[in-house]
Design a protein around this ligand. Structure first.
Ligand SMILES: NC(=O)c1ccc[n+]([C@@H]2O[C@H](COP(=O)([O-])OP(=O)(O)OC[C@H]3O[C@@H](n4cnc5c(N)ncnc54)[C@H](OP(=O)(O)O)[C@@H]3O)[C@@H](O)[C@H]2O)c1
Length: 276
């Protein structure tokens, strides 16, 4: 099956998912919930999303089977360290009409081209974990064999779990990984640090964590609601001249916080480069 199938005017796709852990299961759930797939063949010896096993569109296999139908899109969602090994096992059986989409951090298009052949359409994507609730953001770059129809397929499936953007220069993927791929962990750590600071001011641990967590939840929701308002203006809107927020921001914006973020993102970028 190499072209989209039409059911009730909506295109649906046949997908193969190699690796059904945290990211793979989140992506598959979004495709199923949005009615975007007619069939998903899942290859994973220990899949996470077994609750979907009653869905007639989902077929589980512990290893790749040669008689699987050709998919419109094959998503590689295994850990970067085993991407090459997992790819080598399937490379000889993949149709050149199937577009491959790898979400493995740090793994370059050229690495996959060397395994699957230089005329295989391949997309490298960096998603993030809010994809599990449809609030993710993913960024993709494709090789020159990806057709506009295949780009549309990838776009449709990736937008089911949040926003999706294309870039042209693959070298930027390490920076994307450092910012949005790993970024949710930074925000969760910010909640931890905020709660710790509250405790040091005398709040009990539970109250401090509730205040920190809901402050980030509420502020994120506000940023989403006021999507056309800049972060700078949102910040200024809660900062009265000479008030408490300004007192805190004078410390927070003295350069040290930015330096720490610069260092953290550089460390993630370096690790992404090492993984390749
Ligand atoms: N988690 C994130 O925040 C995030 C964000 C952006 C991108 N990514 C990328 O997404 C990819 C998956 O990450 P994840 O967090 O979802 O990892 P994960 O939860 O460990 O999922 C990977 C799954 O693949 C299975 N697997 C191992 N070998 C396999 C094989 N040969 N064939 C098929 N399946 C196999 C694993 O089974 P076992 O557990 O039995 O080994 C596991 O269920 C990674 O490459 C990562 O770089 C992750």
């Amino acid at each position: 099956m190499s072209s989209p199938h039409t059911t009730h005017d909506a295109k649906t796709y046949c997908a193969t998912l190699i690796g059904c852990g945290k990211m793979g299961s989140a992506m598959m759930t979004s495709w199923l919930d949005n009615g975007l797939v007619s069939r998903v063949d899942v290859v994973d010896p220990s899949p996470l999303a077994t609750h979907l096993s009653n869905d007639p569109r989902v077929h589980y296999y512990p290893s790749y089977q040669e008689d699987m139908p050709d998919a419109d899109i094959l998503v590689l969602a295994v850990k970067p360290q085993i991407l090459k090994e997992a790819s080598q096992k399937i490379a000889n059986n993949i149709s050149s009409k199937t577009v491959l989409l790898s979400i493995a951090a740090g793994q370059r298009l050229s690495t996959l081209e060397s395994i699957f052949g230089s005329n295989q359409p391949i997309i490298r994507t960096m998603p993030n974990t809010p994809a599990a609730i449809g609030k993710g953001i993913s960024v993709s770059v494709g090789n020159k064999y990806v057709t506009s129809a295949q780009k549309e397929t990838a776009d449709t499936l990736l937008r089911a779990s949040g926003e999706h953007k294309w870039i042209e220069d693959e070298r930027l993927m390490d920076a994307v990984t450092a910012l949005s791929g790993s970024g949710p962990a930074y925000v969760f750590h910010f909640i931890e640090a905020l709660a710790n600071a509250g405790k040091k001011l005398g709040l009990d641990a539970d109250l401090s964590m509730s205040l920190a967590r809901q402050t980030v939840i509420g502020s994120s929701a506000l940023a989403e609601h006021d999507g056309d308002v800049s972060a700078e203006t949102l910040r200024e809107n809660v900062t009265s001249p000479g008030g408490t927020t300004q007192a805190a921001l004078e410390t927070l914006m003295d350069g040290r916080f930015q330096t720490i973020l610069d260092e953290a993102l550089n460390a993630a970028k370096k690790r992404s480069q090492e993984l390749s």
